[in-house]
Design a protein. Structure first.
Length: 172
């Protein structure tokens, strides 16, 4: 996947400048990979608590007024009814048959609706810039004598990865 991202960035951007936001439409696989990272990682797995201002019914469930509601974003991002092989890392799920980026409404790393993260758009732009700049400049690899990174993390307000080692190799 990293090799394919390098090829796409080199083809679209070249080696003489850094990627720009304007390049995003031409970096479909790179953008799809970033979306898949956000889906699989679910950094805020329970979103932000919400207060139910009035009683409501959703399907067979009654939510009384005054209830605290936690949106389980992790469950949505790992639901096998929404995602084929949800525990598998597969950026292709965000590409159509022509290789064009196809965002999915089920991907909601910043929540959804009126309570979506106020920094949603800025965060998406910054993630794209950091991700593409790092991959433009470096190849990431696991040091030979280190264990593979764990896919388990530590839960809290956000889901954080366990410590791991990574080697940044400058690209030519």
């Amino acid at each position: 996947i990293q090799h394919r991202i390098h090829q796409e960035i080199d083809l679209v951007v070249g080696r003489n400048r850094l990627p720009r936001l304007a390049d995003k439409t031409e970096l479909a696989f790179t953008s799809a990979t970033l979306l898949e990272v956000q889906r699989l990682a679910s950094i805020a797995p329970l979103g932000v608590p919400h207060f139910c201002g009035e009683g409501t019914t959703i399907g067979p469930y009654t939510i009384p007024k005054g209830s605290i509601v936690l949106p389980n974003l992790w469950a949505i991002h790992h639901d096998p009814d929404l995602w084929v092989n949800p525990d598998e890392f597969n950026p292709e799920r965000f590409l159509d048959e022509d290789g064009e980026l196809q965002e999915k409404e089920e991907l909601i790393p910043f929540s959804i609706g009126r309570r979506v993260c106020i920094g949603d758009n800025l965060a998406k732009m910054e993630l794209y810039i950091f991700f593409t700049h790092l991959l433009h400049q470096f190849t990431f690899k696991k040091p030979d004598d280190s264990p593979p990174p764990s896919l388990q993390g530590d839960s809290g307000l956000s889901y954080s990865p366990k410590p791991f080692l990574v080697e940044f190799v400058v690209r030519d």
